[in-house]
Design a protein around this ligand. Structure first.
Ligand SMILES: N[C@@H](CCC(=O)N[C@@H](CS)C(=O)NCC(=O)O)C(=O)O
Length: 228
């Protein structure tokens, strides 16, 4: 979202992205808990206000930034409501995809057939819902790129592009043609190409920017450069 705002010319969206290593428990440190008492990433602290404003829950972070800077959330009531329909849809659905399907299919140390079947069925049902919606327009909430796309792409976009869980074939991702077309479309956006590598600690070294404190970090501080 912040890279998209900068790409849209909002210079005030310049930001610091600090790395919170959840595998090492950084999310339980007192400083982080002050910003998000629920100890989950992402969390935002807006220091342009006095006192700083804390924002947690990814959906609320997107809404906060969209309203603060006036981008990616339609102003007309119908467009705004449809965008929020899909933003809230993502917040309700993603735990089934990540915590359900992703966990039992990919991460769980024991493979439980019933759990895999249950969450595969649900993940495919959600992909079908999204596919039907994307048959109606270029983006999730219509012809305009919104915070609904920004929220949904990292989950369902990455699944159909084969970037997470190694499950694209298993889920028959190619059959969700509209989701795939949308996922590829969004993947080509310059802001998305930059944003997806921020705070990333896996994958190719040139696609890992552990911390981002200035736009120039994309040129100088990716892990391939830091480890030279
Ligand atoms: N509903 C939250 C979910 C955030 C969430 O689950 N974050 C995970 C990483 S994807 C996390 O921080 N896990 C750390 C932990 O559970 O200790 C949001 O949308 O912001």
């Amino acid at each position: 979202m912040l890279e998209e705002l900068l790409a849209a010319g909002v210079t005030e969206a310049e930001y610091d992205a600090w790395l919170i290593r959840i595998g090492e428990g950084d999310q339980f440190s007192s400083g982080f808990v002050e910003v998000n008492p629920n100890s989950k990433i992402p969390a935002l602290s807006d220091h342009s206000t006095t006192p700083p404003t804390r924002v947690f829950e990814s959906g609320n972070i997107l809404l906060y930034l969209a309203e603060k800077f006036g981008h990616f959330l339609p102003k007309d009531p119908a467009g705004r409501t449809e965008t929020l329909n899909w933003l809230f849809w993502l917040q309700g659905s993603a735990p089934f995809l990540g915590g359900g399907f992703g966990h039992f299919y990919n991460y769980a140390p024991v493979k439980i057939e019933y759990a895999i079947d249950r969450f595969t069925m649900e993940a495919k049902r959600q992909l079908d819902v999204l596919d039907k919606q994307l048959a109606r327009g270029r983006y999730v909430a219509g012809e305009e790129y919104t915070i609904a796309d920004i929220a949904i792409w990292p989950w369902y976009g990455n699944v159909v592009l084969g970037n997470v869980y190694g499950a694209a074939e298993f889920l028959d991702a190619g059959s969700y043609k509209n989701v795939l077309r949308w996922a590829q479309d969004i993947a080509s956006r310059p802001g998305v190409k930059r944003g997806r590598i921020v705070n990333r600690t896996n994958g190719p070294l040139n696609e890992q920017l552990h911390e981002r404190h200035a736009a120039s970090d994309f040129d100088t501080n990716t892990e391939d450069k830091r480890q030279q």
